[in-house]
Design a protein around this ligand. Structure first.
Ligand SMILES: [Fe+2]
Length: 132
C-alpha cells in the first residue's frame, strides 16, 4: 500500500507529492484545494504507464511503460518521481522527449517509483527492500 499521495491543481497543473499523514487536509494552489490523485488501475493501460526500474551500480534507470508511451502535446508522460529512504528524485518531460530518467544513487535504498501521464494519471510501483 502506497503511503504517498500526489496532488494536482485543476487550474495551473501544478503537481506535488506528500505523505498521507494528514489525508483530511488538502494542499491548496490557485486559491483552491488540490485534487488528490488516485493511482492508475492495473487492469487498464498499465503496459504503457507502469514505471520499470532498472537498478545499476551507482544509478537507477526508469523507463515508463513496457510499450512506448505517446509523447505528443495532448498525451504524454509529464514526470517521474523516484523515492528512496534518503531523498526524492524528480524528472519532468516535454512532448517529443523520451520518458526515461536516470538518477544517481548514493547508498540509498529504493522505495517506489511513480509516473504521471497527462491523460491517464498517476502510476506507481513499490520496490522491495533488498532483504525481502
Ligand atoms: Fe497515457
Amino acid at each position: 500500500m502506497c503511503k504517498y499521495h500526489f496532488y494536482s491543481c485543476a487550474l495551473c497543473g501544478n503537481l506535488i507529492m506528500g505523505q498521507a499523514n494528514h489525508k483530511d487536509i488538502l494542499p491548496t494552489c490557485c486559491c483552491g484545494p488540490m485534487q488528490d490523485l488516485k493511482l492508475g488501475n492495473a487492469s487498464s493501460d498499465a503496459e504503457h504507464h507502469r514505471p520499470y526500474v532498472h537498478l545499476e551500480p551507482g544509478s537507477v534507470r526508469i523507463e515508463v511503460g513496457e510499450k512506448v508511451h505517446p509523447m505528443v502535446p495532448d498525451h504524454y508522460i509529464e514526470c517521474v518521481f523516484f523515492l528512496t529512504d534518503r531523498r526524492e528524485h524528480y524528472k519532468s518531460f516535454l512532448p517529443g522527449e523520451s520518458a526515461v530518467a536516470v538518477f544517481p544513487l548514493q547508498q540509498e535504498a529504493p522505495i517506489a517509483a511513480f509516473a504521471h501521464c497527462s491523460r491517464h494519471g498517476l502510476w506507481h510501483v513499490d520496490l522491495p527492500a533488498e532483504d525481502d
